[in-house]
Design a protein. Structure first.
Length: 307
């Protein structure tokens, strides 16, 4: 994200108009609320009109502010289109790319792949934000969001980066002590490490190929948590079975640290997607980055036991 001092007035006000409040805009740039207010006042003085009704809780544009914000967005889009055409006239990639991603996937795979991309393209600056909070990419300022599973808003532009499923696995020490489940009915006799997820039924593992072919199994055990890394640590320590995305679990299986069980029982797809704003221009550098992520995930995760 550019610093406040690097923005021209159009960039600045378009960013302010996107923010829920002046406080949020200041937090995004890492500056004080007073610094944002001073910059806004200078712009209003230059235009001789009020653009924003002041409030730290909620940002409200005046009629003039709405007009200026719409014009700023249009001019910035025209500028981006022009720069893209000029940039694509050569093979060189340059400019900023901002990516939003969930924590675990970002730490294990997307972060390292972004470093590779930046190494190969020194004129591209990369920003990565990791979070588990619900996120709407429209008007966010990010070029792409990487997530597991398609987003609930079908209007967004999707690109599948890698086919992914969830798998059930356990440490060899656990299976030696408790035995290996052969059917999903056997899960009732096992200690299952339950991950609390935002919008998922707690303690329910789903099997099958999709909504029309799904079996929901209620599982339980003596340990539960809301962080996949902690669940995996418990699983590696032999505390029980876990159901995790293949992108996380399969590397551990291939290293012999975990054993996949119920291999013949299908689980629903949980593919890795890149989400972009369909109303925004997709620069050549962003498309090249998504190409790199797709190829990198395939190289890291593909194998006879994938999917």
């Amino acid at each position: 994200m550019p610093s406040l001092s690097d923005l021209d007035d159009l960039d600045f006000f378009a960013a302010v108009a996107r923010a829920p409040s002046l406080t949020a805009a200041a937090r995004e740039w890492g500056v004080s609320l007073a610094a944002v207010s001073r910059r806004l006042t200078r712009l209003e003085d230059r235009l001789a009109t009020q653009l924003v009704r002041r409030s730290t809780r909620r940002l409200a544009l005046t009629e003039a502010g709405e007009l200026y914000a719409a014009g700023a967005r249009s001019l910035l889009q025209d500028r981006a289109d022009l720069e893209e055409r000029v940039s694509r006239s050569s093979d060189r990639l340059q400019g900023p790319v901002a990516v939003y991603c969930t924590l675990g996937l970002g730490r294990h795979h997307i972060g390292p792949l972004l470093r590779e991309f930046a190494d190969a393209n020194p004129e591209v600056s990369v920003e990565l934000t990791l979070s588990e909070h619900a996120f709407n990419i429209a008007g966010s300022g990010y070029d792409a969001a990487v997530r597991v599973g398609p987003p609930p808003d079908a209007r967004l532009r999707l690109r599948r980066l890698f086919p992914n499923r969830r798998i059930v696995c356990a440490a060899p020490s656990y299976l030696a002590a408790r035995g290996t489940p052969r059917t999903i009915a056997d899960l009732a006799g096992h200690n299952c490490l339950v991950l609390k997820e935002n919008d998922a039924d707690f303690g329910v593992w789903r099997f099958g190929t999709g909504p029309d072919d799904e079996t929901a199994v209620r599982v339980g055990g003596d340990m539960a948590g809301n962080d996949g890394e902690v669940i995996a640590e418990w699983c590696l320590a032999g505390r029980g079975l876990m159901m995790r995305s293949a992108w996380h679990a399969l590397p551990l299986v291939r290293r012999g640290l975990l054993v996949q069980v119920l291999r013949d029982v299908p689980t629903p797809q949980a593919d890795i997607f890149a989400v972009t704003d369909p109303t925004a221009h997709l620069p050549h550098r962003t498309r090249a980055l998504l190409d790199h992520l797709a190829a990198g995930l395939t190289a890291r995760l593909s194998g006879p036991d994938t999917g």
